[in-house]
Design a protein around this ligand. Structure first.
Ligand SMILES: [Zn+2]
Length: 112
């Protein structure tokens, strides 16, 4: 399925469908930052877990790991307060008031 000769097939833009559209912007930003410094980076894993992104990046030099991890961690933290479905700022794990992190039909709280 993946073309192993082409690193882009294993980078974030090719993997967006693994998570909801509300997070695509976040991931596009992360890709830009990673790709600028490590054009050959690869995504080993991308998924939603406990209402936030979980991203595993490989293919970067060990010396760059701490910096790459910091970028990834930042995106993961942001995802926890961003609606996975529509990208709106959302609070996490709050009844009636959150759409973030909901695995299924979500609302943005009561409007009335
Ligand atoms: Zn939403």
């Amino acid at each position: 399925m993946h073309d192993e000769r082409d690193p882009s097939s294993r980078q974030l833009p090719a993997r967006l469908r693994a998570v909801g559209p509300g997070w695509h912007r976040l991931l596009a930003d992360l890709h830009e930052q990673l790709h600028a410094q490590h054009p050959g980076y690869q995504v080993d894993d991308l998924k939603e877990k406990f209402g936030a992104l979980r991203i595993k990046v490989i293919g970067v030099p060990d010396t760059a790991r701490p910096q790459v991890q910091a970028l990834v961690a930042d995106a993961e933290v942001q995802s926890a307060v961003t609606c996975e479905f529509c990208g709106a700022p959302a609070r996490r794990r709050r009844r009636n008031d959150t759409c973030a992190t909901a695995a299924t039909p979500h609302g943005h709280g009561t409007r009335s």
